[in-house]
Design a protein around this ligand. Structure first.
Ligand code: SF4
Ligand code: SF4
Length: 370
């Protein structure tokens, strides 16, 4: 870093920002600085590929809150392949993947953005070319496109860990909504077909928050183990609390003060948006505390309901986006949204209700009874 004009003092500042990102105390800064220095010598290799995705998670990563930390991460890691930022293209780019698989087997982190389409022999998503020739126009031939399935089959066995970045990669997201014509398969399910023991970390979000991704990869590399995960394989550090528990409009929810018409949406009133479709009561993510875009704001703060994009139930089971959750159960009490104010005023209902509701949604997902 010295050769890049970064002083020791600045370096420690980055280490401090990293500690904040990971939710660690300042006492950990020297330890993080040491670990980051160690990373520099090892330069852990990362391969980042994209399946059925819109590149939104890549763009979100590049818009990180801590640009210098990202630079640091990119400098400390050896990001061998990332379709949106690498300069190389064609065979030159894909040869880097092949070389990494050959020379660094068991050492690289595989990042996958977007799920894997499995119908039609994976032809819905391809990058790079096979050696095999296939018929082309006017009797000519061309090299066959290489499906992401083929890349996954080759990359997964040698990966030290796999990060499914974003809701689509982690849970199917929008490509899996309704009936998927492409055979959309979650990364964790595809990996399990190859090697059940391979660790897969899911990072929800549509897109994923840059801190969630950077924090997870740093945590893994610094501590040399998979971070604590919840039941959906999400890092607890970022997905451990309900949005609803930390929402700035929670007092309105508890008081039964709900927004019911977008024309009345005076941001100063901070009316709860549950009746306008807010999925905060069933969504685990730290958005109200972490916020987005350099801590400028977050969905509810910007007068938009939480759509639950960090959850496995998103998009299919949390839509329509602007419709309230259909049937509410608070610790044994059932109610429709019309009577919710009355129930919400009953104090502890919401905290318990969040978990209870989640169970209900889970059942719905599995096709069970509500
Ligand atoms: S329902 Fe949504 S807007 Fe209302 S308090 Fe909960 S998270 Fe906030
Ligand atoms: S507030 Fe909800 S919809 Fe917005 S980013 Fe967070 S989890 Fe996603």
């Amino acid at each position: 870093m010295g050769s890049k004009g970064v002083s020791r003092r600045q370096f420690l500042k980055y280490a401090g920002a990293t500690a904040a990102l990971l939710g660690l105390s300042e006492a950990m800064v020297p330890e993080i600085a040491r670990a980051l220095e160690e990373l520099a010598s090892g330069k852990p290799p990362v391969i980042w590929i994209q399946g059925q995705n819109c590149t939104g998670c890549s763009v979100s990563f590049l818009n990180t809150n801590y640009p210098m930390v990202t630079e640091l991460v990119l400098d400390k890691l050896s990001v061998r392949y990332q379709p949106n930022v690498m300069a190389a293209a064609g065979d030159v780019a894909t040869k880097v993947i092949e070389d990494t698989m050959k020379d660094l087997s068991g050492k690289y982190v595989l990042v996958v953005e977007g799920p894997i389409p499995t119908k039609e022999n994976g032809r819905y998503c391809t990058f790079g070319l096979e050696d095999k020739m296939v018929p082309f126009l006017n009797g000519r031939q061309r090299r066959e496109d290489k499906p992401i399935e083929a890349w996954m089959n080759e990359l997964v066995p040698g990966a030290a860990a796999i990060i499914a970045n974003g809701n689509c990669a982690s849970f199917g997201g929008i490509p899996a909504a309704n009936e998927s014509v492409t055979g959309t398969t979650r990364v964790i399910d595809y990996v399990a077909k190859i090697d059940k023991s391979k660790p897969v970390i899911n990072i929800g979000g549509c897109p994923s928050h840059p801190d969630w991704f950077i924090g997870t990869i740093l945590d893994y590399l610094i501590n040399k183990k998979v971070p604590d995960l919840d039941q959906h394989n999400r890092p607890k550090a970022f997905f451990g609390q309900l949005i609803h528990e930390n929402c700035e409009r929670r007092a309105s929810f508890d008081a039964g003060l709900f927004l019911e018409d977008w024309n009345d949406n005076d941001p100063d009133l901070k009316l709860c948006m549950f009746k306008m479709g807010c999925k905060g009561p069933v969504t685990y993510a730290d958005c109200p505390i972490r916020r987005w875009n350099s801590k400028v704001n977050w969905c509810v703060g910007a007068n938009a309901p939480c759509h639950g994009c960090a959850e496995p139930a998103f998009y299919k089971n949390l839509s329509p986006l602007y419709e309230p959750l259909p049937d509410i159960h608070f610790a044994g009490i059932s109610a429709l949204p019309d009577t919710l104010g009355w129930i919400a005023a009953g104090a502890t209902a919401a905290g318990i209700g969040g978990h209870y509701l989640y169970k209900q949604l889970g059942k719905k997902e599995e096709g069970g009874e509500e």
